[in-house]
Design a protein around this ligand. Structure first.
Ligand SMILES: *[C@@H]1O[C@H](CO)[C@@H](O)[C@H](O)[C@H]1NC(C)=O
Ligand SMILES: *[C@@H]1O[C@H](CO)[C@@H](O)[C@H](O)[C@H]1NC(C)=O
Ligand SMILES: *[C@@H]1O[C@H](CO)[C@@H](O)[C@H](O)[C@H]1NC(C)=O
Ligand SMILES: *[C@@H]1O[C@H](CO)[C@@H](O)[C@H](O)[C@H]1NC(C)=O
Ligand SMILES: *[C@@H]1O[C@H](CO)[C@@H](O)[C@H](O)[C@H]1NC(C)=O
Length: 509
């Protein structure tokens, strides 16, 4: 049922008087949230009625590989303008949703041209997807301020299967020969496929489900839409599933993004995130120009992230739920990335809130710890200082595979799952993070503990250890991706996670 639902303008009228209270003018055009000049996102707090959201699916090395039959390139978007018609003025007006992206746009795939497409990308699924993202961005772009246009929130879905006999993924950015299976999940040929994707274009109705926090009353029109799908074919007995739906009452509150992710026997390692990516340049994990929501790039230490998170199902003991995941890119000599996959390094830091995820970093496993910890008062504590080092605050640290001056002992990050080398600093709730508004104890923010967070992501990330060559100038810690979601690793059964996210904002402090 991919993209099966008819795209179009849905006119909803009603005789309810209540809507007059919602829209003060008969033209409720794109209620732009009181734009706070200090916000880095185009839609501060997800309050804008005229939604901009996109979808992308990645294989193990953040590429496409091969498109799924009749699905097109795995990039899609749902962007619209909301208006209310004058003709029904007495009754408060009927609302119109004017979609900016058509079903045909979303189905674009290799071999089909579109405005601006580089002919070299026409038949290359990887290049094509990158250019399709730019094209969808051009359709969705909002230019409120001539200096910093923005495009969309990005839903990112990734399949952790890796067919090592395919030779598809580079090793720390270097092309390598195929190698025997065993180290990564893969059921055989086709395990790195792209998903079947269905789209319910945003529409508007007068009946609230009552599930949207913002739906104060059934007499307020509610907008709803979603993307969903699976990696499995219909024959499978264990079927993977992903779903992101969005819902908002007109003129009130925040969009609520409801996520579901389920793994299956053949797809035991899946990731689903909602990202605020840079509106241009290389976002975390990409090596090509992207589009997104961060119209100003936040730089450590001066920014905070505000969001509301309600985790309903955790996804099992291997679900590395990221309250916040931040991604950027800089070279080991401190220079910003330039697209050269041999020297660019993706840098990630993630706070994992699943209380079942243990600290791999410990006094007896120093290779899983960063070389040192920096306290809020800027004191360095080396990891061999067993009396003071906060081992429980680190799930896992791994160094870039191409770092040349690592302090022993060390472990290096998986060299295949990014287009270039990567570095990971994975955190766990711990009292030492309290200063930054992060969870301080296991279970905080987890199932049954829905919360609105104000995280000093800038302050914390300014004090994390990231590898650089000795003597090099400190890299500017400018973040191109901030996201929330989960990565469910291989476990011995099908796992399911469910959560909702709203009020997302990134604020310069
Ligand atoms: C628009 O851009 C100007 C100049 O860059 C900036 O000073 C102003 O804060 C921006 N306004 C908004 C609403 O982003
Ligand atoms: C997507 O969700 C709709 C219900 O909204 C369902 O009918 C459909 O089967 C789902 N599609 C896939 C591919 O899972
Ligand atoms: C589903 O199973 C049937 C019968 O076993 C088989 O012929 C068909 O190719 C399968 N479909 C897919 C998509 O694998
Ligand atoms: C920094 O804070 C720690 C406690 O977190 C304290 O033990 C230490 O004395 C402080 N150092 C300075 C220089 O203030
Ligand atoms: C601890 O590690 C630091 C930094 O690597 C080193 O200078 C110091 O000698 C080590 N101390 C001990 C007791 O091993």
């Amino acid at each position: 049922m991919a993209f099966a639902i008819k795209m179009g303008f849905l006119l909803v009228t009603s005789s309810l008087m209540a809507v007059a209270a919602v829209s003060s003018s008969s033209f409720a055009v794109e209620t732009s949230s009181s734009s706070s000049s200090s916000s880095c996102v185009g839609d501060p707090g997800m309050k804008r009625d005229g939604l901009r959201v996109a979808f992308e699916a990645w294989n193990f090395c953040n590429e496409v590989g091969t498109e799924a039959p009749s699905m097109g390139s795995p990039r899609a978007a749902d962007c619209f303008r909301l208006s209310s018609s004058k003709t029904n003025k007495l009754n408060g007006g009927g609302y119109n949703i004017h979609h900016k992206v058509t079903d045909a746009d979303n189905r674009l795939g290799v071999g089909k041209s579109f405005p601006g497409l580089n002919p070299k990308a026409l038949d290359d699924p990887d290049l094509y997807a990158a250019e399709k993202e730019l094209y969808l961005g051009s359709l969705c772009q909002v230019v409120e301020n001539a200096t910093n246009p923005w495009q969309f929130w990005m839903i990112m879905l990734k399949n952790g299967n890796y067919d090592t006999t395919s030779g598809l993924c580079p090793e720390n950015g270097k092309k390598v020969a195929p190698f025997p299976p065993g180290r990564f999940p893969c059921f055989g040929d086709g395990c790195m496929n792209q998903p079947i994707l269905a789209h319910q274009p945003t529409s508007i109705t007068w009946s609230g489900t009552g599930s949207a926090k913002s739906a104060v009353s059934d007499s307020v029109p509610v907008m709803r839409g979603g993307f969903n799908g699976t990696y499995d074919d219909s024959n499978a007995t264990s079927v993977s599933y992903f779903e992101v739906t969005w819902e908002k009452s007109v003129g009130i509150g925040s969009w609520e993004f409801n996520h579901k992710l389920k793994t299956s026997k053949r797809y035991p390692w899946l990731m689903l995130y909602l990202r605020a990516d840079a509106t241009k340049g290389f976002s975390g994990g990409y090596h090509y120009d992207t589009r997104g929501m961060l119209n100003t790039l936040p730089e450590s230490p001066n920014f905070k992230v505000r969001l509301s998170l309600d985790v309903k199902k955790g996804g099992g003991p291997k679900s590395q739920f990221y309250l916040i995941d931040m991604g950027s890119c800089w070279k080991n000599n401190g220079d910003p990335c330039d697209g050269d996959v041999l020297t660019d390094i993706t840098r990630y830091s993630e706070m994992i809130i699943n209380p079942e995820i243990p600290a791999w970093c410990s006094p007896s496993a120093l290779e899983n710890c960063p070389p040192y910890h920096i306290t809020p008062n800027d004191t360095k504590i080396y990891r061999n200082n067993t009396a003071s080092f906060p081992y429980g605050a680190y799930h896992y640290y791994c160094a870039p595979g191409n770092a040349r001056h690592l302090e022993k002992p060390y472990s290096t990050c998986d060299p295949y799952s990014n287009p270039q080398a990567q570095e990971l600093v994975q955190l766990l709730p711990h009292p030492i993070w309290g200063e930054y508004g992060y969870p301080t104890k296991k279970g905080e923010g987890w199932v049954g503990d829905a919360k609105t967070w104000e995280l000093d992501v800038g302050g914390l990330s300014s004090r994390l250890y990231f590898y650089q060559d000795p003597g090099s100038k400190d890299a500017k810690r400018i973040w191109t991706s901030l996201d929330v979601g989960t990565e469910i690793f291989v476990s011995n059964k099908d796992e399911e996670a469910e959560w909702s996210l709203s009020d997302f904002d990134v604020i310069i402090t």
